[in-house]
Design a binder for this molecule. Structure first.
Ligand code: HEM
Length: 455
């Protein structure tokens, strides 16, 4: 798909004329990231929803769940569908199941090998005390308090490029915002923010953004890290070491910030204090889960604005429309296309029987285009859609994203500031094809070069 130079009434769909009923579902290869499905997975999702809503894809034997109600039914059964391998699915190698062993035995052995799972990978009953701890930290009051910081941050970033003719959107704006907002929320002192920003620049794929190659690298790093007693390399290594120091200090001399709260918090159910490594692991989850996701929410927004200049004009004229723009971006091009679960036992999804040990991929991005949930032209971007907020982009059930209010707030404020400061944007090279992240989890662009005109 190339970036159109003219306005069009809907986002260009390169498969609009393809008769999907003629197409064999096995021709699509979501998990090996074939170019066609990477650029536009939606015809495949639609074909699955219509013909085989729980489709066992032939390459890894993963059950792809594409209808909204079936996805909800998987996400709401965490006792049956484990989150252990939520981002890696079949790419993580579980220990063999010996005669008489259950999938739960396999899961136990795996965690003994690779160490304690992080919040997103935990199942009940382990998940609950950690989640209660996190919920305490994301109170509406705390989120409100960060509003002004986001505004100043967005303004400051724009100051850095507003007089340039060209800018790379992710490096200059979409990347630093979620990263520094999480850092600020956790209580990283402002004087350290420039160093955090410097560490981020040029960093690719290390945060919550798997493809087969990167999962393999992460598994290796994690195994080496486990042997060495912790995560040691790259941006995550930097953040890890920083937070170990920081939390140790905060435990001794607490301040009025989230990190001090985390450092001194006790599990709500037991009054026990988490270890320093457990608190650091939680901090890393915030960066991992809050970064790539929010960045791609921004790139989708910008892509739509480039293709639909009338939406750009409408939003600049009426800021009240920005929240719905953000919701429709979440729905239309869901930043987390899908996440895995592992069936602990034989189970049913809709009418399909899924055997114990199966990997299941819940396709949030497909559920968000399900006509049963969004009856009005679900395949189209509609700025004025009145039920866009009913999207499932932040998940469902016990793992529902605690960062959802923060992500929404970041996007709304950052776009407000952007529209105020920038009068016009164009693709720097209209002939250049969009470059999508090679990930079967994350949906969005890897870079976006813009020409800008200051307001
Ligand atoms: C557009 C941005 C975001 C999207 C689309 C998104 C999406 C999701 C989804 C789909 C889940 C469910 C995971 C599952 O069911 O396995 C999740 C969980 C999570 N998200 Fe987000 N997220 C976003 C931003 C954030 C931010 C900004 C933060 C924190 C600063 C965050 C922190 C988390 C955490 C900690 C979890 C795990 C919760 C648990 O396991 O109980 N997310 N997110």
């Amino acid at each position: 798909m190339t970036i159109p130079t003219h306005a069009s009434s809907t986002i260009a769909d390169p498969f609009a004329d393809v008769d999907l009923t003629e197409r064999d579902l096995t021709e699509f290869d979501l998990l090996n990231l074939d170019a066609e499905t990477l650029v536009n997975p939606y015809p495949f999702f639609k074909a699955m929803r219509e013909r085989e809503p729980v489709f066992r894809e032939p390459h890894y034997g993963v059950y792809l769940v594409s209808r909204h109600e079936d996805i909800v039914s998987v996400a709401r059964r965490p006792e049956v569908f484990s989150s252990l391998l939520h981002a890696m699915g079949p790419l993580a190698k579980l220990p063999e199941r010996a005669e008489g062993e259950s999938v739960s035995d396999q899961i136990r052995k795996y965690t003994e090998q690779v160490g304690q799972p992080s919040l997103v990978n935990m199942d009940p009953p382990q998940h609950r005390p950690y989640r209660l701890l996190v919920n305490k930290l994301f109170s509406p009051k705390r989120i409100e308090g960060i509003e002004q910081y986001i505004e100043r941050l967005a303004d400051g970033l724009i100051d850095e490029f507003v007089d340039q003719k060209e800018v790379e959107f992710i490096d200059a704006f979409a990347g630093p915002i979620p990263f520094l907002v999480v850092a600020d929320l956790l209580g990283v002192p402002r004087e350290d923010h420039d160093e955090f920003k410097r560490q981020l620049r040029g960093e690719e794929f290390s945060l919550g953004n798997p493809s087969a190659k990167h999962v393999a690298t992460r598994v290796r790093v994690r195994e080496q890290g486990a042997q060495a007693g912790g995560v040691t390399t790259g941006l995550m290594g930097y953040i890890h070491d920083y937070f170990v120091r920081y939390i140790t200090e905060r435990r001794e001399a607490p301040k009025d910030d989230l990190m001090s709260q985390l450092a001194t918090a006790t599990f709500p159910d037991s009054d026990e204090q988490p270890t320093i490594e457990q608190v650091v692991a939680l901090a890393l989850v915030f960066f991992g889960a809050g970064q790539e996701t929010t960045v791609r929410l921004f790139t989708t927004g910008m892509q739509i604005l480039l293709e639909r200049p009338e939406i750009w004009e409408e939003l600049r004229a009426d800021g009240e429309l920005i929240p719905n723009f953000v919701e429709e971006c979440l729905r239309f091009d869901t930043p987390v296309k899908g996440l895995f679960r592992l069936a602990r036992e034989d189970a049913e999804i809709g009418a399909v029987r899924v055997p114990a040990g199966s990997h299941v991929l819940m396709l949030w991005g497909s559920g968000n285009r399900d006509a049963k949930r969004f009856p009005k032209n679900p395949e189209e971007f509609d700025l004025h859609r009145d039920d866009a907020y009913r999207n499932m982009s932040f998940g469902e059930g016990i793992h529902f994203c605690p960062g959802a209010p923060l992500a929404r707030l970041e996007a709304i404020i950052a776009w407000k500031v952007f529209f105020k400061r920038i009068k016009a944007v164009r693709a720097a090279d209209p002939a250049e094809a969009y470059s999508y992240l090679p990930s079967f989890i994350i949906r969005g662009l890897s870079h976006l070069h813009l020409e800008i005109e200051r307001a």
